[in-house]
Design a protein around this ligand. Structure first.
Ligand SMILES: [Zn+2]
Length: 315
């Protein structure tokens, strides 16, 4: 039966009901039994509810798709973005290379991707092309916020911002082996070493807005110590890229663990996120503290507590 025809029949049999809507057609399949109208009402209610909660049904749909979305999502630390070219290096005799690491790649680059390698290896011409592309993008952003990119004060902003962004993310290009540069010394020292209050300036990868704070790094050597200035430089290398504080803390700890092979490493970071302070919840005095403890710091609560009390974080 065609819907229109059916609706007409329906309308005839229920002429007492004045409130006829198009919905009738959609429920007209039901037989004209005595409980027909109540059933129809129920359906109508359900339909109305569905319409009202279109938002929540979207959430449901998202929930439904969750497992696959999670499966696809890359674990940032566990599966570092690998450049396919690294695969070719496997097969080099063991011992010549480090063990596969989540934070440092075989050639000393960390979290490399095709993009970071291109950036490191580009020539002057390619660097200029990159800047041209970035300037265009910044100009578009300026237009989008309602500004006139051609007014005097903004003329050089795209160029300045592009350079600033490259500076703020220069950690991508840094090779950890260049940083360490053989500053590893066999001193037979086995007591805790702490470098406190390392200033950190990083960019939140979710909002591209800075988060700044202090990092404290401690380790207990297995005879080998590292030049003290190297610890802030390792922290800086991981901070100068798009980050989240949790991962930054973890990456620094794992990198030191791998470079130095100490008995243990502890890293704690306190910082203030401008994406929280200037927007969102606008809580100006909040501090986020993250920590990562490895080796003996993880195993021994006494060692861990000593570290936390020395750096002034009570846990
Ligand atoms: Zn953010």
């Amino acid at each position: 039966m065609a819907p229109a025809e059916d609706a007409t029949a329906d309308r005839a049999s229920h002429s007492r009901s004045k409130k006829r809507t198009i919905e009738t057609a959609s429920v007209s399949e039901s037989s004209a039994s005595s409980d027909d109208s109540s059933r129809r009402k129920k359906r109508r209610d359900r339909k109305a509810l569905k319409k009202k909660s279109s938002e929540s049904s979207l959430v449901l749909a998202a929930n439904g798709a969750r497992p696959s979305a999670f499966a696809k999502r890359r674990n940032s630390l566990g599966k570092a973005a690998r450049d396919p070219r690294d695969q070719a290096k496997k097969g080099v005799p063991a011992g010549a290379l480090r063990s596969p690491s989540p934070v440092i790649d075989e050639d000393g680059l960390s979290r490399p991707s095709t993009g970071t390698r291109e950036r490191r290896e580009e020539n002057a011409e390619q660097a200029e092309q990159r800047l041209v592309k970035m300037r265009g993008a910044v100009r578009t952003l300026l237009e989008c916020v309602g500004e006139d990119p051609d007014r005097e004060g903004l003329l050089d902003t795209p160029s300045r911002y592009a350079k600033a962004l490259l500076f703020l993310t220069k950690g991508y290009q840094v090779n950890v082996e260049d940083i360490v540069n053989n500053a590893l010394f066999h001193e037979g020292h086995n007591e805790m070493v702490i470098v406190k209050d390392i200033e950190i300036y990083s960019l939140c990868e979710h909002h591209l807005v800075p988060f700044t704070g202090k990092m404290h790094i401690g380790y207990i050597p297995s005879d080998t110590v590292i030049g003290l200035s190297k610890l802030p430089r390792i922290a800086e290398m991981y901070a100068r890229r798009l980050q989240i504080q949790e991962r930054l803390t973890k990456e620094v700890a794992h990198a030191i663990m791998e470079i130095l092979k100490p008995q243990g490493v502890a890293v704690v970071m306190e910082s203030s996120h401008l994406c929280m302070v200037m927007r969102g919840v606008e809580k100006t005095s909040t501090t986020t503290i993250t920590s990562c403890v490895l080796g003996c710091f993880e195993r021994k609560s006494k060692t861990r507590n000593e570290f936390f009390s020395l750096v002034g974080v009570n846990r």
